[in-house]
Design a protein around this ligand. Structure first.
Ligand code: KG4
Ligand code: ZN
Length: 335
């Protein structure tokens, strides 16, 4: 069995082919970041146009690399939300067209469950047949920061989320204030690599509700600090970036570990773009008493392999979408 995955929820046009065991046969991604250099962020109108231009080529490339063609595909799995609606529509319509024309079953996947399933790609680090459920997942990306209790395959319950900005957004805006383009997370990591994380104490979170997050305060404090201390930015850039990253990762680790303890889970999964962060990984590994799993290299950020594998699980569970499948920009996991 071969599963074709399609992901166009934001600014990456992505397609992948996996087999029925979750092994990746191809994983293709065309990033649009180069088009947004003059705009200071993603422009939804440009994103949907670029997806429409690229999607056919990206899917064909995924099939070519997997050494197969569309007649050998048994299932099409596509992200239908959440995300930019104009971007989502391109992927959903492409998937529906393939499903209809070739009479292949179709599955619509929630982008967030895709991130959860990034831990099972190639059965690494977790094996599909022996997951250590119940688990707590921290989904932490440019658009989301939430804690999800996963009782079993495909059984999710969101127990807390950010009230305002996502953690990735706080990194992207801080990098932007320093004059760097999106995505800011990897840049802040690199600049802060050899810096002193205790150089300056940026504010930690004070909201009482234990499983909720908020990053707008940290973001504002960070940008304000950069404006007020321009001389220090010149002399201590590494220390400032390390200190900012330290505050952000402190918040994420502390709240996740508290929730994991309260819920008595067997393991923690940390997924989404920010889960690639080195400081975050080190902190979790050092402070957690239960195993913490992160996606393999290259699968933290958006990709279509994670969408294919989530679709495979739904299909094995007897589910299917139909041609009425529609993009949903505000789709969420069950609360
Ligand atoms: O999951 P993702 O690719 O897209 C969304 O669904 O949002 O996540 C993108 C986010 C961006 O905010 C980016 O700055 C952040 O992930 N990111 C990182 C790292 N790599 C990507 N943040 C911190 N450290 C990294 N190494
Ligand atoms: Zn994502």
């Amino acid at each position: 069995m071969k599963i074709l995955g399609i992901e166009t929820s934001c600014d990456d046009t992505a397609s992948a082919v996996i087999d029925e065991n979750g092994n990746v046969l191809s994983n293709v991604l065309s990033s649009q970041t180069q088009f947004y250099k003059d705009f200071g962020g993603i422009v939804p109108e440009i994103a949907s146009r670029k997806h429409a231009e690229l999607i056919g080529y990206v899917i064909q490339e995924a099939l070519n690399i997997a050494n197969t063609d569309i007649t050998n595909i048994n299932l099409v799995s596509v992200t239908y939300g959440p995300g930019l609606v104009g971007s989502l529509i391109v992927g959903v319509e492409a998937a529906k067209a393939i499903s209809f024309a070739k009479n292949i079953p179709l599955i619509g996947v929630n982008h967030l469950e895709g991130h959860i399933y990034s831990l099972f790609i190639n059965n690494k680090p977790l094996k599909i047949d022996s997951p250590p459920f119940p688990m707590l997942f921290l989904i932490v990306s440019g658009g989301h920061t939430e804690l999800v209790f996963v009782k079993n395959h495909l059984q999710y319950k969101v127990i807390g989320e950010t009230r305002d900005d996502a953690a990735g957004e706080a990194l992207d805006k801080f990098a932007r204030a320093l004059g760097y383009d999106y995505p800011g997370g990897p840049i802040i990591q690199k600049l802060g690599e050899k810096g002193n994380p205790y150089f300056y104490k940026f504010p930690r979170l004070s909201i009482k509700s234990p499983y909720e997050f908020s990053f707008s305060g940290l973001k504002t404090a960070g940008v304000y600090y950069l404006q007020k201390h321009q001389d220090e930015v010149k002399t201590h850039l590494g220390d400032i970036c390390a200190s900012y990253e330290e505050a952000l990762t402190d918040i994420l680790v502390k709240r996740t570990l508290k929730a994991a303890k309260d819920l008595n889970v067997k393991a923690i999964g940390v997924v989404g773009g920010v889960s690639a962060n080195k400081r975050l990984r080190e902190k979790f590994n050092k402070q957690s008493k239960i195993p913490v799993y992160f996606p393999e290299k290259g699968f933290s950020t958006d990709n279509a392999a994670m969408i294919a594998i989530a679709g495979l699980l739904h299909y094995k569970n007897g589910e299917q979408s139909n041609l009425l499948l529609d993009a949903s920009s505000t789709l969420s996991l069950p609360k």
